[in-house]
Design a protein around this ligand. Sequence first.
Ligand SMILES: Cc1cc2nc3c(=O)[nH]c(=O)nc-3n(C[C@H](O)[C@H](O)[C@H](O)COP(=O)(O)OP(=O)(O)OC[C@H]3O[C@@H](n4cnc5c(N)ncnc54)[C@H](O)[C@@H]3O)c2cc1C
Length: 494
Amino acid sequence: METTQVVIAGAGPTGLMLAAELRLAGIEVVVLDGLPARTGESRAGGIHARTMEVFDQRGLLERLLLHGRPIQAGHFAGLGLDFTDFATRYPCTLAIVQADIERELDQYAAGLGAPVRWGTPVLGFGQDATGVEVEIGGPRGGRIRCAYLIGCEGGRSTVRKLAGIGFGGTDATMTGMLADVELAEPPAEAAIFSRRRGPGDYSVLQFQPGWYRLIVQRHDRVLDRTAEPTFEDFRDSFREIAGTDFGMHSPRWVSQYGDAARQADRYRADRVLLAGDAAHIHYPAGGQGLNMGVQDAVNLGWKLAAVLRGEASDVLLDSYETERHPIAARVLHNTRAQTALARPGAHADALRETFAGLIEIDDVRAQLGLMISALDIRYDLKGDHPLIGRRVPDADLTTTRVHKLLVAGRPVLLSLNGAVAPSVEGWADRLDHVAADCEASYWSVPGVGDISTPATLLIRPDGYVAWAADGPGDDGLSDALSTWLGAAAISAGC
Ligand SMILES: Cc1cc2nc3c(=O)[nH]c(=O)nc-3n(C[C@H](O)[C@H](O)[C@H](O)COP(=O)(O)OP(=O)(O)OC[C@H]3O[C@@H](n4cnc5c(N)ncnc54)[C@H](O)[C@@H]3O)c2cc1C
C-alpha cells in the first residue's frame, strides 16, 4: 500500500496552501481532488489585507498582483468601508478571481513537490493509534496510509461527515445568484455599485475591461441547493429586481449561494483535521471565506510539520482549533449581521441608515474594517507585550523588511538595533536568528496603535508574534520556544 505523511482531501485554495506549507517544511504530502481537472470557475472575487500579507510572507504576492487589481471596495453589508489608513503595506482589497489564485497555487505547490492528483475522490477512511488509511475512488483509486488526513474538501466535506464531526448553525434564509458576463449596455455608474430594490438587491462589479460580475440577491426565496441555475434563470431574476439586464451575454460562469452559516463543532478527530470551507461555511458577504481557508492552512501547516518531524508533541495541534475556531465563529456572526442588514423592508432600511451613520465614526469603521480584513486577529498567547499573539508588522529593516524573513516558513528570532540576542540553545537549529537594524522608533499595530519598536521578537512561521521584549532579558522566552517549537534538544556529549 502507498504510504505518505499527510493526505490532503481537496485541492481548493485551502488544500493547496496547506500542501505548500507542509512541503516547505519537508513533509511528504499527497493532494487528492475528486474533480477530473480544474474547472476554471471564477468563484471568489477578492482577497483582503491579511491574506495579501500571508501570500507576501511566502513570496507569492507578486505573482498574484499580476492577475489582480487593488481596489478600495471593502464593505459591510454593502456599506462602504475605507481601508486606506490601515497600518499595512496593502490597505485595500485585491480584486482577483479565485481561478487565478488556484492556478498560481497549483504551480507553487507542484513546484514544491505536491502536484494535485485529479479524479481521485476521498471515499472513506479508518484510523488507529499510528495512522489513517484513506480509501480513494477513481481509476487511480485504492488506499493510502498516512499519519494525518486533512479534510479541505469544501462545505460538503466527506471527511467531516465520516469523522462524525457536527456542523451546527443556521439554515439559508435567502438566495443569491451571480453570473460573470459581458454587457452590451453597461451602466453609466461606477465600476462597482449595489442597489436595493423590491425584495432584494443587485450589484455590478467590473472585474476587467469588458467583463462584469452581476449579482442578484433575493429575500423572497430560499436557496434550493439541488438546483443548478441556468443563465436564463439568472437573467430573469436579475431583470425582475434591477429592471434591466444591461444587455448581458456570453456568460463565463453562473452560480448561486445562500446565507447558511455552519461551523464544525471541532476541527480535529485524533489524526483527522478540517480546514477551510470543510470547517466553516457562511454567506459570502465581505468576501471572507477563501481568506479564512488560506489563513487556516498557514496556521496548521507548520504545527503539523513540527509534530511530524518529532520536535513537538501532538498537543501543539490542539492550538490550531483553539486559535482558528473563534476566528471562523466571528466571521459567521458578522455575516449573519450582514444578512440582517441586507433584508428588504422599512425595518432593515432604518437599521441600515442607522448603521451607515455609525460607520462614519472612525473607530466603528476601523473596528469593522480590521475584522473584515483580519488585520486585528490576536491569538490568546501567553505574555503581556502588546505584539504577542498579533501579526508582526512588516516594518522596513536596513537591508530587508520583516515579512520577507518568513519566506522559508521557519520561526524567526529577530534582534533589532544591536539588542543582545537571548540564548536559544536547544532550539538553534529550528529557527532562523536574524540581527537587523530598524530606523523607525515606533511600529503601528492595527487594533493597538503605535508602540515602541521592540528589541527582540520570536515570530512564528505564520507571522504571529510568540514572544517579544522591549529591552534586555528573556523572561518567558524559553516557555514560548517550548510551546511553539517543542522541547529543547539535549546536546550530545558531556
Ligand atoms: C459567490 C461567492 C463569492 C465569494 N467571494 C469570496 C471572496 O471575494 N473572498 C473570499 O475570501 N471568499 C469568497 N468566497 C468563498 C470562497 O469561494 C470559499 O471560501 C473557498 O473556495 C474555500 O476554499 P476551500 O479550499 O476551503 O474549499 P473549496 O474551494 O470548496 O475546494 C474544495 C475542493 O475539494 C474537492 N473535493 C470535494 N469533495 C472531495 C472529496 N471527497 N475528495 C477529494 N476532493 C474533494 C473539490 O473538488 C474542490 O476542488 C465566495 C464564495 C461564493 C459562493
